[in-house]
Unconditional design. Structure first.
Lengths: 329, 308, 581
């Protein structure tokens, strides 16, 4: 793994808009004094975080890892070791379900990639350029984020399946289908629309703040060279929000395996197979097995399989971004 | 570098900086319309929720799903009395009402958010400024833990919390949440990494110790980011009902109260207007905080490149 | 930085104080519901009791508490402390418990739903209460609690040879039971004549199958005995659908309603109830015991069920064959017809995600009086549904008149129709002979136990309290209070029946004529996969290669036929059987 590449991509823009040099001349100077004192300070300060991590993360999750290889006999209390759990989950799930989940999970990720992110970037540029009403929009766009998901989904669901059909019927005499019912074929679209709709404001704000670090002089310079808004956006704003963007792109890959696109809030444990994602399946199955120890190992094994796919994929995307992502130098 | 050269050239040419004024180009207007529509959709939903909260559940909302209330009903005081969680633990037995839940929410969300911001911040500082091999290990650990979906570790986690005496203690949750993992470690890391060493070196030459450099120079530099991350976490923990539900049986929070209300299978609290009234009650304090800190929150919210 | 934190702290604090003062005085006025506000009485010994506050409510426990406290008012439990008497502290809550919360919580005696007995035991959350089950009951010396168990309950709850003395150990006992079924609006049936007329011509026009005048003679109904309340009710699936057709198409009313939000579960539980009713106690229990001979397995071809030539001896390794029981196919067909025929059900609400079971109850009840809602003749719900909608009853009574109160409402439990005429006749015959004519499937997994965290000196008190809760007197009190029954065998006399509401009478009367399937067994296969054998998860199928979890959903969303789903169930369970522990 090439550490230096990551750090370069992640280097932020400082207050004055200048990307700091990472050529570390002065840093070396700093570390010349890296004496025992520094070492002691470092160890003391970091120890807490490391211990917390070891206990609250590693220790806790090791049991989940081990469980994937166990066969628990609740009746007798015996535990035996097996690799069978890894195959069992696919038998139970069946391949068509597995492919549907893969499709939905990837689709959800792609939609966020080609819809959410570009929309976020585009409108963050709007806010950044202080176009009409941008201050107002900035405040309002963040609203959905402060309402808890459970409330937001409830409101949305009731509105879409109860108030809106009534309204359409009374006003226009149109009978609106139940868009959350998978039988109408609109369910996945509706759930995805909700995800994008609810996340829109947050992504706009994230990028627009990333852009606000851009040096106005630079923008002017491009203007003088005859750049229009689009060129400015493409050649200056975009590269400068790239550190923000890359964190999103990298973590986005992981989201393929954990994102349950609010399905549990919408459908509880009974979402139809045609809308399920990996994240939902795992969450729902864990809920369903709640308290039934015999069923845990299968799920732990499935989680482990997903992890095994997610880690290399994430590292690969990071590598890609570093290799082919825009560089300013 | 490209930018610097450009700026230099501009100065040489005597071109003065000029603010680019927004113009009403067709693209701008199209974008404005989209934004207005989006905001309208948000307002519509909230407006509907407020209207609904004022309807009589049985006699009005059932047949009048979108109009104005036939008769404005004050559901809130009833909701308030029903917004309770029954507590039965070794330390206490009784009914917790909304006022107390607000208190626990502030303590839980405030403390957890603070430590969950402080620990990544300091760890990131250490990793970014001290070039030990271990710092790299920490950085990679953060990246890897971000992609691991964890399954079925809840029982183990509860056992851990119990054996360490963190279970059912608000301060215990602060420790539980005080990990350095997650996106914001990367954010702090990037900022500290970007600081020229001279910032801290000068102080060191003046005889300041590592600790005072951290407290007097490094932390104040990232105060805005710190505050932003704190608020983001605060909102997250404010809305988190799962952790308190499992780990704080003696101290139900407002989000947990909301959850309890929403899963009640019986009686009046399950009516939509009642639930929305409850949601509004839960929302008000957080909305007030948001409005007070709006500028600070929105001014700095960014992930890859928060300003220092 | 300091200034900022100071400012934040100040704002947060002032907000907090503001909120606290504003809300604390508002909060004072409110009743909190439940008994938990009861303060600890320092002069008495406390026993903490958890009660899952679901459809059965908590009134029954309050009554037990009152009697128990009065009985022991002068007993000393903690000698030397000066405390006298006992105080039952009831914790009514919807919050589910886990083995961790049981071990560490304050509560000592638990009355729960949806718990896995063996998993709790595996986790060490349960105390040994053998004494309460097999020991002499001080409140009822002639009977032990164990004597009220069925054989399978004894096998399941009693764990052999676990005690130091080598005897069977009990760590928990059954509490109540409940099933899903159909409730009908008797007023509407009377008013519109939704009863079959005696001697109707099955081939004749639909309208002529039903009574026209109030004094027309009805068919004898499910019990085959004319002159009682069930006269004229449908006895077979065919009659049920004729009735639906008559109500929905001819009279433009809603024949049968159910919740759209939870339709997968409610119709799933109804399906399970129909299967149990078809198969009867012994055959149905094979699904959990995997021990015995299955007599009606088969396959479906060309829309007809073809029974296997031979019976099959069932064991833990071939248990999947039970999904080929005829009752499964018949019940699937029944549900498919309901799902696929819009005039039989409550239109779009039946699949609407915001139409909860409570909305459904509201509509069912309000349609009798509000003049706006289309009248609903029947609804699918659990036996305990009335306590869930008690608020609707009370507000209707105050708005529209006393006849809409819970006590006065003419709503009845409907015996499930039988798949075939032979089955219907057989059931009627059995009832006449005083045998069970119906079979009920419990779907609640309600369990009573004591936490392993209880103090040693308190365990005998808990044991005593559990024995007290399960005397015949307490069981009957439970029935008259909740209008339902506990999951133990006890006789309900006519004098008790008369104390119940019309609905309660119809329900308990029905239960008296029924066998009850308690869906658990001591089979290791069952115990190790308990969550896979629940009524709502035990009807999976492989349809077109993919796994479908819920029959009703497969019918509604995927348009699968009952025959295909039936075949798919055999495929699924044959394929996955070996992956079960």
């Amino acid at each position: 793994m090439d550490e230096s590449r990551i750090t370069k991509a992640d280097i932020p823009v400082t207050e004055d808009g200048v990307q700091p040099s990472s050529s570390g001349g002065d840093k070396r100077e700093f570390h010349l004094k890296g004496s025992q004192k520094d070492m002691i300070f470092y160890v003391c300060m970091i120890a807490g975080a490391v211990i917390q991590f070891a206990v609250c993360y590693v220790w806790v999750n090791v049991s989940s890892f081990i469980m994937a290889f166990q066969n628990i006999n609740v009746a007798t209390g015996d535990i035996s070791w097996t690799f069978g759990n890894f195959g069992d989950i696919f038998v139970e799930l069946s391949w068509p379900n597995f492919w549907t989940m893969t499709k939905n999970s990837v689709l959800a990720w792609l939609l966020s990639l080609v819809v959410s992110i570009p929309l976020g970037l585009l409108f963050s540029y709007y806010i950044y350029k202080k176009m009409p009403g941008s201050i107002f929009f900035r405040a309002v766009l963040f609203m959905p984020s402060i309402v808890s998901a459970i409330v937001m989904v409830t409101m949305f669901r009731y509105f879409v399946t109860s108030a809106m059909p009534d309204l359409m019927n009374d006003l226009f005499g149109v009978s609106m289908p139940n868009v959350l019912d998978p039988a109408t074929g609109h369910a996945f679209g509706t759930v995805m629309f909700y995800s994008i709709w609810v996340g829109f404001g947050t992504s706009v704000l994230m990028y627009s703040n990333g852009m606000s670090g851009i040096d106005p002089e630079l923008v002017d310079a491009v203007h003088i060279d005859g750049a229009n808004g689009i060129r400015e956006f493409w050649h200056i704003s975009l590269p400068l929000v790239f550190p923000t963007l890359s964190v999103f792109l990298i973590t986005g890959v992981a989201s393929i395996f954990v994102n349950q696109i609010n399905l549990y809030s919408f459908y509880g444990g009974t979402a139809h197979a045609s809308v399920q994602t990996f994240g939902y399946y795992l969450y729902m199955a864990t809920k369903q097995a709640d308290g039934d120890y015999g069923s845990y190992p299968r799920l732990a094994a499935f989680g482990l399989i997903l992890t095994a796919v997610a880690i290399p994929l994430t590292l690969f995307v990071r590598w890609l971004l570093e290799k082919f992502g825009p560089s300013e130098d | 570098m490209f930018k610097r050269e450009l700026a230099k050239r501009n100065k040489l040419l005597g071109i003065r900086r000029e603010r680019a004024h927004p113009k009403f180009s067709p693209v701008t207007i199209a974008m404005l319309i989209v934004l207005i529509l989006y905001v309208a959709s948000l307002f519509l939903l909230f407006f509907w929720a407020v209207l609904t909260a004022f309807k009589d559940p049985l006699l009005d909302f059932r047949t009048n799903t979108y109009g104005f209330p036939v008769e404005w009903v004050w559901n809130f005081s009833y909701v308030f009395t029903q917004f309770v969680v029954h507590v039965s633990t070794e330390t206490r037995v009784g009914v917790v009402g909304m006022a107390e839940m607000y208190l626990y929410s502030f303590l839980y969300a405030g403390g957890s958010a603070f430590f969950n911001t402080l620990v990544p911040c300091i760890t990131a500082y250490l990793c970014a400024r001290f070039k030990y091999k271990f710092s790299r290990v920490m950085h990679t650990t953060v990246l890897i833990t971000m992609v691991i979906p964890v399954v079925g570790s809840l029982p183990a986690e509860i056992r851990m919390a119990q054996s360490l005496g963190l279970y059912d203690q608000i301060w215990g949750m602060w420790i539980l949440k005080a990990n350095f993992l997650g996106m914001y470690f990367l954010v702090f890391y990037n900022i500290f990494k970007a600081l020229p060493a001279s910032y801290t070196e000068a102080a060191k030459i003046d005889g300041a110790g590592n600790m005072s450099v951290l407290l007097r120079i490094a932390l104040p530099l990232v105060r805005n980011t710190f505050f932003t991350v704190f608020l983001i976490y605060f909102i997250q923990y404010w809305n988190d009902y799962q952790t308190p539900l499992i780990y704080l049986p003696s101290y139900p929070t407002i989000a947990q109260g909301m959850y309890t209300v929403s899963v009640t299978p019986t009686q009046e609290m399950s009516y939509v207007p009642m639930r929305l009234a409850a949601a509004i009650l839960m929302l008000v304090p957080i909305l007030v905080i948001f409005l007070i800190f709006q500028k600070r929150l929105l001014g700095n919210l960014t992930v890859g490149g928060i300003k220092g | 930085m300091k200034a900022i934190f100071k400012k934040t702290a100040a704002v947060v604090l002032s907000l907090l104080l503001g909120a606290t003062t504003v809300f604390s005085f508002v909060g004072c006025g409110g009743g909190s519901g439940g008994n938990y506000t009861e303060a600890i009485d320092e002069n008495r010994t406390q026993l903490y009791v958890y009660n899952y506050d679901g459809g059965f409510g908590s009134e029954w426990l309050s009554k037990v508490k009152a009697r128990y406290e009065a009985l022991h008012a002068n007993d000393e439990y903690e000698p030397g402390t000066g405390k006298k008497g006992i105080q039952i502290m009831i914790n009514n809550t919807k919050n589910a418990v886990t083995s961790e919360t049981i071990k560490n919580g304050q509560d000592e005696v638990y009355f729960t739903e949806n718990m896995y007995y063996y998993s709790l035991r595996y986790d060490g959350a349960l105390a040994d209460i053998t004494e309460a089950v097999t020991g002499k009951n001080p409140y009822e010396p002639e009977k032990t609690v164990e004597s009220k168990f069925t054989d399978e309950q004894q096998n399941f709850y009693g764990i052999e040879g676990q005690r130091e003395d080598g005897k069977t150990q009990y760590l928990g006992i059954p509490h109540y039971f409940g099933s899903y079924g159909i409730v009908y609006n008797k007023d509407l049936f009377d008013q519109k004549g939704y009863y079959f007329i005696n001697g109707y011509d099955p081939e004749g026009p639909l309208e002529e199958k039903f009574i026209y005048y109030k004094d027309d003679t009805k068919t004898p109904g499910p019990d085959g005995d004319p002159g009682n309340d069930d006269d004229g009710l449908p006895t077979t699936y065919q009659e049920f659908f004729w009735l639906c057709e008559y109500i929905g198409r001819v009279n433009n009313q809603v024949a049968l309603s159910w919740t759209g939000q939870y339709y997968t579960q409610y119709l799933g539980f109804l399906l399970n109830a129909l299967v149990a009713d078809y198969e009867g106690l012994d055959q149905m229990m094979l699904n959990y015991t995997f021990k015995g001979s299955a007599t009606d397995l088969g396959t479906v071809s060309g829309g007809t069920f073809r029974e296997d030539a031979q019976d099959l001896g069932i064991n833990e390794s071939n248990g999947w064959n039970l999904k080929r029981q005829r009752g499964v196919y018949e019940a699937l067909s029944f549900i498919e017809t309901l799902v696929d025929t819009p005039t039989y059900r409550n239109g779009d609400n039946a699949f609407n995600d915001s139409y909860s079971h409570l909305n459904n109850q509201e509509d069912f009840l309000m349609s009798r009086a509000d003049g706006v809602t289309t009248p609903i003749a029947m609804t699918v719900d659990g036996m305990w549904w009335q306590s869930e909608s008690s608020h609707v009853f009370s507000s209707m009574a105050s708005r529209y008149g006393a006849q809409y109160s819970q006590e006065n409402s003419e709503l009845r439990w409907m015996p499930l129709p039988k798949a075939t005429e032979e089955k219907a006749q057989e059931a009627a015959e059995n009832i006449k002979q005083g045998k069970a004519g119906n079979t009920i499937a419990d779907a609640l997994y309600s369990l009573c136990f004591v936490s392993s965290g209880i103090d040693d000196w308190k365990l005998p008190i808990a044991v005593d309290f559990i024995q007290f809760c399960n005397t015949d007197e307490s069981l009957l009190e439970f029935t008259t209070t909740t209008n339902t029954m506990k999951a133990l065998s006890y006789e309900i006399g006519n004098d008790v029946l008369e104390q119940l509401s019309p609905y309660g009478q119809s329900l308990v009367g029905f239960i008296r004529n029924a066998d009850i399937v308690y869906p658990y067994s001591s089979s290791e296969k069952y115990i190790n996969n308990a969550s896979m054998f629940r009524a709502d998860t035990y009807y999976r199928a492989t349809v077109n290669g993919a796994t479908a979890n819920f029959p009703a959903q497969a019918f509604h969303v995927d348009g699968v036929s009952a025959a295909d789903y039936f075949a798919g169930m055999a495929t699924y369970y044959e394929r996955t059987w070996s992956t079960l522990n």
